[in-house]
Ligand binder design. Sequence first.
Ligand code: PMP
Length: 362
Amino acid sequence: MARVHNFNPGPAALPLAALERARDELIDFRGSGMSIIAHSHRGKEYEAVHDEAIALIRELLSVSDDYHVLFLQGGASTQFAMVPMNLLPAGKSADYVITGGWSEKALEEAKIVGTVRVAATTAVGGKYTRIPKQSELELDPNAAYVHITSNNTLFGTEWFDFPDTGKVPLVADMSSDFMWRKFDVNRFGLVYAGAQKNVGPSGIAVVLARKDLVEGGRKDIPKVFRYKTHADNRSLYNTPPTFSIYLVRNVLSWLKDQGGLDAMEKANREKGRLLYGTIDENADFFRAPVEKESRSLMNVVFRLPTEALEEKFVAEAKKQKLVGLKGHRSVGGIRVSTYNAVSLESVQVLTTFMREFAKANG
Ligand code: PMP
């Protein structure tokens, strides 16, 4: 089988080693005579996988005992609702920093639950090309929390230095840049990430939640939506998506074998250097709309001189097995998603193609 160079924004490329392991264990999991999918979530075989996945997250990110590591269903969008349901009590307000379409969606959900403020927005005519500076944030010192989107998947902007929110807990949607590098979890009250970019398949979210916030969370919401319910039950309150968590385990164990998050960061920075370098060297043909210091290392967004050339670019790239390059429908242009499982070689093939395309069509 000829595998393609997959630059999809999510669901996205997964490491071949993690998929091969799943293939090998699919029918007969470790000599148990049945698939991992068919094992009980209360049985020792599955529980070992579940605990290993949690332990790998703790180890790779040095997550302290002050935090719960949870696997929750419903992807990142469910977290848009669960965060305010748990952490935004009546009489309090939450601050949202708006840097793209996903922060807009998070804000919309929070508005349904309680009182919210926009602490900053970088929207200009419905488009976002940068992350705000600390001095632009109008933070409420009494807010229940401050919410940011650490990487804006659609617009290709990323926070490299997280904001200082003082005593107010910082909550981050890290769906599209979770585990591309190490970060200090202790700076956050809560972090959530849909798994389908850097760590696994779609449908689940990884949540890192400070224990005191979980304990103090609202009790006037259905039990199944309380972080505390899932924390008290090690994410085994109800039947979890066992196969998805199994795959996350495979991806994280691959990540550890590669040298962990330091190795990931090095590779991701090199991929970004190559891509943005190619764009900047051909600035008469490619145009990156994002301000330099906000350029995402996960989703590299750029335009060509015309939409017709962008279509031709996507079609010709596909013939060379370079797929998933079309920009989001709300943004247009080209988007190259270069999550952990996208190899440096794939990016090299793409940048060679980009230079040739610019030369032939410029
Ligand atoms: N937040 C961000 C930053 C995303 O990129 C996405 C999905 N692309 C979501 C939230 C929504 O995730 P899900 O589809 O898992 O609900």
